[in-house]
Design a protein around this ligand. Structure first.
Ligand SMILES: *Cc1c(COP(=O)(O)O)cnc(C)c1O
Length: 348
């Protein structure tokens, strides 16, 4: 696909003609000299947040670009991955005409966003070992299939998809391939960000909500070609990442060592928890995981979920998801929290 790929063929007609909204903060960019800002109708009394935030989040992006080995122009930031994913829908999918492909059991937002944006969601089940069914996906696709969502490591199953299958899809699917890497920091596998140059149809999304421990500030990251990022920039709300989020995120990504040490600790706890789960008499299977959660098959998920709640522990019941009959998803907590879970599991 790489030779004949042209992003213009995928962009919605109304978006093609748009120019990005130019805010006060876009029009005059400070060169560091002392200026009086009377251009944005802000309250002049300093509070730390009385000014509008940088609409292009330059400081944050320049650090991310360095860390990930991409250009600033390969990055778009949003109010969580959820906003990033919504922008991708709105830039490329014509309501009531186009479709997307998602692979259940997977993250629920692809379906939710397809509903909100009035885009058909063609669901192609993962194989029994939770891999993309390449043949079935390509068969389900047509000229109106704009986006294929691959969640790897996948939520709720926890596995990374095989590199081989992802490459086959990147090379043969005639739309955009979004790889949702919300859990990549917990995986031994490499991020697909390094492959952006090789695949003009690739979009990789990441988030500060999981490994970075910042779910509350809402920061989602999109990595893609400069051409794709330019399209998304046309439709993003100018101040979609607030000042407090930008500050907090910057502080955290500069302190990458603490992030790494927390991840190491979570991975250590994950191994302990996997082993304990295997010994619980009503646990029938513990799935291999590359994320900060463990999916396990039990005898009766609804009953065990309820019993855990009665013992003060809330897990995620995934039994209604396809291929996930009688499964529970356990997020790995702190050592203390996991001990409470283990105690509850043993007392049931
Ligand atoms: C948790 C999660 C996200 C995170 O979304 P945010 O809006 O950034 O918090 C994205 N994708 C998947 C698959 C997730 O599980």
């Amino acid at each position: 696909m790489s030779t004949k790929f042209n992003i213009e063929n995928l962009v919605r007609d109304n978006v093609k003609g748009l120019k990005p909204y130019s805010s006060a903060r876009d029009e005059y960019v400070s060169d560091g000299s002392e200026m009086v800002f009377l251009d944005a109708n802000e309250n002049p009394f300093e509070s730390g947040v009385n000014r509008y935030p940088d609409p292009q989040q330059r400081s944050l992006k320049s650090v991310l670009a360095k860390q990930k080995g991409v250009l600033v122009n390969n990055i778009l930031l949003g109010n969580g991955s959820d906003e990033v994913l919504d922008l991708i829908f709105r830039a490329f999918c014509e309501p009531a005409i186009d479709n997307i492909i998602s692979l259940p059991p997977t993250y629920g937002m692809y379906k939710v966003l397809s509903g909100i944006n009035n885009i058909e969601n063609r669901e192609v089940l993962l194989t029994p070992d939770f891999e993309p069914d390449v043949t079935a996906i390509l068969k389900a696709a047509d000229l109106k299939s704009k986006i294929l969502f691959l969640c790897s490591p996948n939520n709720p199953t926890g596995n990374v998809f095989s590199e081989d299958r992802i490459i086959q899809l990147l090379e043969n699917f005639n739309g955009l391939v979004v790889i949702d890497e919300a859990y990549i920091d917990f995986s031994k596998e490499k991020s697909w960000v390094a492959q952006l140059k090789n695949y003009p149809n690739l979009i990789v999304t990441q988030t500060l909500s999981k490994a970075y421990g910042l779910a509350g500030i809402r920061l989602g990251i999109c990595y893609a070609s400069e051409a794709i990022i330019a399209v998304l920039n046309k439709i993003k709300p100018p101040y979609n990442v607030n000042e407090l989020t930008q500050q907090k995120a910057l502080e955290r990504i500069l302190d990458i060592d603490s992030v790494r040490s927390e991840v190491v600790s979570i991975l250590h706890e994950r191994e302990i928890l996997s082993e304990v789960l295997l010994q619980v008499n009503f646990v029938e299977k513990v799935y291999k995981t590359d994320a900060n959660f463990i999916l396990a098959k039990v005898d009766d998920a609804n009953m065990r979920y309820q019993q855990l709640v009665e013992n003060g522990v809330v897990v995620r019941n995934r039994t209604s998801q396809p291929l996930c009959n009688n499964t529970l998803r356990f997020t790995v907590g702190t050592e203390k929290e996991n001990k409470k879970l283990v105690k509850a599991l043993k007392s049931i």
